[in-house]
Design a protein around this ligand. Structure first.
Ligand code: OGA
Ligand code: NI
Length: 181
């Protein structure tokens, strides 16, 4: 518990800094992305993945291909390689770098950036002999938070809104039930 509480504080520090830089990258005010995802009400959700050894890793996946619903995901894996990311139709292994956190762009960041930042398609494979674990922290808006492309990115009418504005809980419901967004 103590370690988790310390980790939460540290992940939030990394997150705060990244959100500022991501705002800058969009050419909006420093605090804009953070505000759009609920400010201090944003949620950090820790999930623990446990992948036991698999006798036929060629026949199974740990997690099938997906993008995360979050704004950002901070993923800490153990030393067993397994994460893959997709680009141009190919899968690439993500190297395990000791003490490094893998950061994914999630669906909500793609939406609020109106497609400027793309959610990363990823999956995880299994290992024949070794147990793999990973500890992703999902940064999410609160369920009632309405989220859509940042008004400043579409304000002048030059760029169309590519995503619907909706509450995060409704986004999650549609994604989990494979309904159109
Ligand atoms: C996830 C995920 C990948 C991994 O939990 O959303 O993509 O490396 N995990 O465990
Ligand atoms: Ni994921």
């Amino acid at each position: 518990r103590e370690v988790n509480e310390e980790y939460a504080v540290r992940v939030k520090e990394v997150s705060d800094r990244l959100l500022k830089w991501l705002s800058k990258g969009l050419g909006v005010e420093e605090g804009e992305v953070a505000a759009a995802i609920g400010g201090e009400d944003a949620i950090f959700l820790l999930k623990i993945n446990y992948y036991p050894p698999c006798p036929r890793p060629d026949l199974a996946l740990g997690v099938v291909a997906h993008t995360d619903m979050s704004v950002l995901t901070f993923l800490l894996p153990n030393e067993v390689q397994g994460l893959q990311v997709s680009r141009d139709g190919h899968w690439f292994d993500v190297d395990c770098i000791p003490n490094a956190i893998v950061v994914h762009v999630g669906d909500q960041l793609e939406i609020l950036s109106n497609g400027a930042y793309k959610a990363v398609l990823h999956r995880s494979t299994l290992n024949k002999d070794k147990t793999r674990m990973s500890w992703p922290v999902f940064l999410e808006p609160p369920p009632e938070q309405e989220l859509g492309p940042l008004p400043k990115l579409v304000a002048d009418g030059e760029k169309p809104e590519l995503y619907k504005r909706k509450k995060y809980k409704d986004y999650v419901y549609c994604k989990l039930n494979k309904l159109p967004q």
